[in-house]
Write a protein that binds this ligand. Sequence first.
Ligand SMILES: Nc1nc2c(ncn2[C@@H]2O[C@H](COP(=O)(O)OP(=O)(O)O)[C@@H](O)[C@H]2O)c(=O)[nH]1
Ligand SMILES: [Mg+2]
Length: 327
Amino acid sequence: MSSGTLLQRFEAGDIRALARIISFVENQEDGYRELLSRLYRKPRHAVRIGLTGPPGAGKSTLVDSASRKMLKAGNDVCVIAVDPSSPFTGGALLGDRVRFKEETQGGRHFFRSMASRGSSGGLSGATDNVALVLDSFGFDFVLIETVGVGQVELDIVNNCDLVAVVLVPESGDAVQTLKAGLTEIADIFVVNKADRSGADRIVTDLTSMLMLRSGQKTHPTVAKNPNIPVISTDAVHETNLDELVNYFDSLIADRKESGEFDVRRRRQVLRKVSRLLQHRFMTETLQRSSSKAEIDRAVDSILAGKDDPYSTADRLFSETNLAPQSC
Ligand SMILES: Nc1nc2c(ncn2[C@@H]2O[C@H](COP(=O)(O)OP(=O)(O)O)[C@@H](O)[C@H]2O)c(=O)[nH]1
Ligand SMILES: [Mg+2]
């Protein structure tokens, strides 16, 4: 990065500096780790809310409507859309994946889409880092939109303080939703497109299924958080949007009071440190040419029934030079 001036401009609230720093971090340019280390030490207060669900459920529309409500209340809100199909308008000034608006009344609104292609394995880390940059800039809310429930999306929402799973009447019945493992990640279910037929039914089914499950206390996550709210919305006409935003506020307040908020934050940090360690260990082990040859030999031996993956991993671990260096 070109000297401290960019960071100074960032700290002074310059939106172009913010956009530049996001790209810098997303592209992992030289020095991005040092920058992130500095940002981790800065005071921050943003709440991260993840919205996930099938394509076309109305996540982008919901994020947009919910943002406007939050902005009206005087909050600075930013959106990270990890969805290549997110509607995008304008933004030539800051680049083709950024949008910024200073509300005449209320707070600042920043939008950034993240490329989901070409960043295999690193997307959740990159999203987390971009969220940290936005948090450090001073935003009150970081809304993160992701599609579906693949491993990457799960990793992304695991880094959120609150997760809304967005469904539509067409999403299928409640049983399917439960089978898809969505209750494990949902803090709130949003049945969007309430203007369409079938919305009431999915709300009722989902609510009774959740009550049944919490009664059985079969799953630890559900048992710990038995009252997952289900709310229906019409994102286009903004029906129940105030209620949704109020739910966000009250769920976060409850979490903070019960200590669950901090428990989650601890878990997020621990997960991040583990990932970095894992990544570093893997790359350092595999970079040693002696290891590469050794791994090849070990794979041959395992296939021939003369060795096993556990002993191989133990051996490689004990041979790795764990002398302290800069991570
Ligand atoms: N009827 C209806 N259409 C909606 C609603 N919310 C979003 N849509 C429409 O559904 C389509 C997909 O919305 P989008 O927000 O892009 O979905 P995403 O893929 O989940 O981000 C768009 O044409 C929206 O205008 C809603 O509550 N009711
Ligand atoms: Mg979208």
